[in-house]
Design a protein around this ligand. Structure first.
Ligand code: ZN
Length: 379
């Protein structure tokens, strides 16, 4: 009986306290050496899922295939239908699962209750008056360039009259780049903040008030390789701002490496294996002790200044961070066409946002005083 009770206690302890997922071994020259033993399910599953998709069948592999895939509006609507209902159309009103009747402008008619459903309703394309094919070209343009594209280029390419339209399309597509239910980072994670934007002469780091603070978490695989990244603008560097970021970005149980900043205190109580790197006690500079986050910071700043020439406002920075995250986390993707597929797949699952929402606080946009004056002068 005693043996049985002892066995039960051991099993309960194992269930409550799973064995550590990874090992950390201090080494003087680097600060730490990490060996992840976490079965990286996402890394393992993603290639299997992606392998199911075939270039030239499920998505266009290049521009010539793009033209063959999407010759007209009907082809675009039917592609969106396939992404939205991958297991076949289900009527949102009566739940009837059967092939609907195709009507004009992407409308589908339920064969049972005769309800009309738009293939774009409830997606980022809802209510658009422009052809879907133009949206597809914009999405292709975003993913086909390694560093992305800007609104001026998209406007020229699509022959759009207004810069605001191109700008808001890019923002809508950026909003679709992040799934709300995405998985959190797992394993060994470096967390730090970086400062982007305005320039304070002679003022650095946590004292730079004009800059925008971006919290960064990045997976470090096998001690050197970078995995996935999460970035989010935070209001300040207090614990109230930084801890929620870590909770949103990192799976509890992971090893979280930070510097000794007080804003990270209390992570152990939130079920993280918190490792503090004492930078002042080490002869090595910060970029050697925390190489992952410093590399991301350098790449992000170069991308913001190269693609957007630094013209990113505080209000919209999170969308650009989402775009950077999308690109970085899919940097090993075997095909640009696969990225296009992923972007549209998420676009049909992302709620429509009114265009005006993107311009709030910017003094620009279709309803701004400048736009109204321009329209008035044309009449
Ligand atoms: Zn129905």
């Amino acid at each position: 009986m005693k043996v049985l009770i002892r066995a039960a206690i051991c099993i309960a302890a194992l269930v409550r306290c799973p064995p550590p997922d990874y090992e950390t071994k201090p080494i003087p020259e680097r600060g730490y050496l990490l060996r992840s033993t976490v079965p990286h399910m996402l890394w393992f599953m993603a290639p299997i899922e992606a392998a199911r998709l075939r270039a030239g069948v499920d998505y266009p592999a290049d521009l010539s295939q793009f033209d063959r895939f999407f010759p007209d509006e009907e082809a675009c609507a039917s592609y969106l239908q396939g992404l939205r209902w991958p297991d076949g159309f289900v009527c949102p009103k009566c739940g009837h699962a059967a092939q609907p009747w195709q009507m004009c402008r992407g409308l589908l008619l339920c064969s049972q209750c005769r309800t009309q459903t738009s293939v774009t309703a409830g997606t980022i394309f809802a209510g658009t008056r422009k052809p879907l094919r133009l949206w597809f070209i914009a999405a292709w343009e975003i993913v086909s360039h390694k560093y992305g594209t800007n609104a001026a280029t998209v406007r020229r390419l699509l022959g759009l009259k207004s810069y605001e339209t191109a700008w808001s399309w890019l923002h809508k597509l950026r909003r679709a780049m992040v799934r709300p239910d995405r998985d959190r980072l797992l394993g060994v994670i470096e967390v730090d903040e970086m400062y982007v934007g305005g320039w304070d002469k002679g003022v650095y780091g946590r004292h730079a008030e004009k800059k925008v603070i971006v919290a960064c978490a990045v997976e470090v695989v096998d001690g050197k390789r970078l995995g996935r990244v999460r970035l989010r603008q935070v209001a300040n560097v207090s614990g109230e701002a930084l801890r929620p970021f870590v909770q949103e970005a990192v799976e509890p149980g992971s090893s979280v490496f930070t510097d000794g900043w007080g804003g990270y205190r209390g992570l152990s109580r939130l079920r993280y294996d918190h490792m503090v790197i004492n930078q002042s006690a080490s002869p090595d500079p910060a970029h050697v002790l925390m190489p992952g986050v410093h590399r991301i910071a350098a790449l992000l700043k170069r991308w913001l200044s190269g693609t957007y020439h630094g013209a990113v406002s505080r209000e919209h920075l999170n969308y650009y961070l989402d775009e950077y995250t999308f690109r970085f986390n899919r940097r090993a993707s075997r095909s640009r066409g696969l990225l296009f597929y992923r972007l549209l797949e998420q676009a049909v699952q992302t709620e429509h946002s009114p265009t005006d929402d993107f311009f709030v606080g910017t003094g620009r946009g279709p309803d701004s005083a400048t736009a109204k004056a321009r329209r008035k002068s044309r009449r």
